[in-house]
Design a protein around this ligand. Structure first.
Ligand code: 13P
Length: 283
């Protein structure tokens, strides 16, 4: 079995009104958790490695762990490089065999983001790899600026960006943020609706952790086809590990097993909320 094209997953989600869960992984246990839950829930899934995961574990380790997950899988799995800010890391992802990459030029001026995204699209498409870009900027949940709409995606520019770059999916800034929220996010659904009307490609929501379920489901109904989740998985994993140790686990494996089990339940819950459970057939 091969990794499934991310584009295929996202178009299926777009056509059927759900979102594919995209989960940041950083080690064997997190990767197993994602793959096992996808199998149990009969859900398509995206395994995602961001630059920091790659810095921590190494791109070859993560790639080969994902291949091991694939060998046991009957559900469609895509492998995505998340938040590629350094074009060299993105190129590595393209040549290593990832299904898709994100080029994150969201902190750059509009024209520079277009230039960089176009360059990566050209290179990736030549290898059959699809590309996600970001317009507007999804910041950190703990930083000031949450609920500051000056960094949100401009719907008119979004349409122009997609048309000029040829990108395959677009991450939008509509009020979510990465990390642990210091205040409840307020999503700008009107803006999302306007973006959806002008942009035909699948839209992506970053900062899935801690965003209320009904907001996520409303965002899906307005065109979000992929939701990224990272913080919740890592935090619950660490909390469960520490708890097991405090409860008397003497062997590292006895603390890692419950940590992986807790992580699985976080992932399962997200997959169900996104409407992706039971959607694995037809690829
Ligand atoms: P969270 O860590 O807030 O879930 O965001 C993940 C993300 O958007 C990765 O791209």
């Amino acid at each position: 079995m091969r990794f499934v094209s991310t584009e295929k997953l996202l178009h299926n989600a777009q056509a059927n009104g759900y979102a594919v869960g995209a989960f940041n992984v950083f080690n064997m246990e997190s990767l197993q958790a994602v793959a096992q839950v996808a199998e149990e829930e009969k859900a398509p899934v995206i395994i995602m490695c961001e630059q920091r995961d790659i810095g921590f574990a190494g791109i070859n380790y993560l790639y080969h762990l994902a291949l091991a997950a694939l060998a046991d899988a009957t559900v469609p799995i895509a492998l995505h490089l998340d938040h590629g800010k350094d074009p060299d890391v993105v190129k590595q992802g393209i040549h290593t065999g990832f299904s898709s990459v994100m080029i994150d030029g969201s902190s750059m001026p509009f024209e520079d983001n277009i230039r960089l995204t176009r360059e990566i699209v050209k290179m990736a498409h030549a290898q059959g790899v699809t590309v996600e870009a970001e317009l507007g900027h999804v910041g950190g949940a703990g930083a000031e600026g949450i609920n500051d709409d000056s960094v949100y995606t401009n719907p008119l520019l979004a349409a122009e960006f997609v048309q000029r770059t040829g990108v395959d999916s677009l991450a939008v800034a509509i009020g979510t943020a990465h990390g642990v929220y210091v205040e409840v996010p307020k999503l700008d659904f009107e803006r999302l609706e306007e973006i959806s009307q002008g942009v035909a490609i699948p839209l992506v929501l970053h900062g899935g952790s801690g965003t209320p379920d009904d907001d996520l489901q409303r965002a899906i109904s307005l065109g979000i086809c992929k939701i990224n989740v990272g913080t919740d998985i890592r935090m619950q994993f660490m909390a469960a590990f520490v708890e097991s140790k405090a409860a008397g686990a003497k062997d590292v494996r006895d603390a890692l097993s419950p940590a992986r089990a807790v992580m699985k339940e976080v992932i399962r819950d997200r997959i169900r909320v996104f409407g992706a459970a039971g959607r694995a057939s037809g690829f």
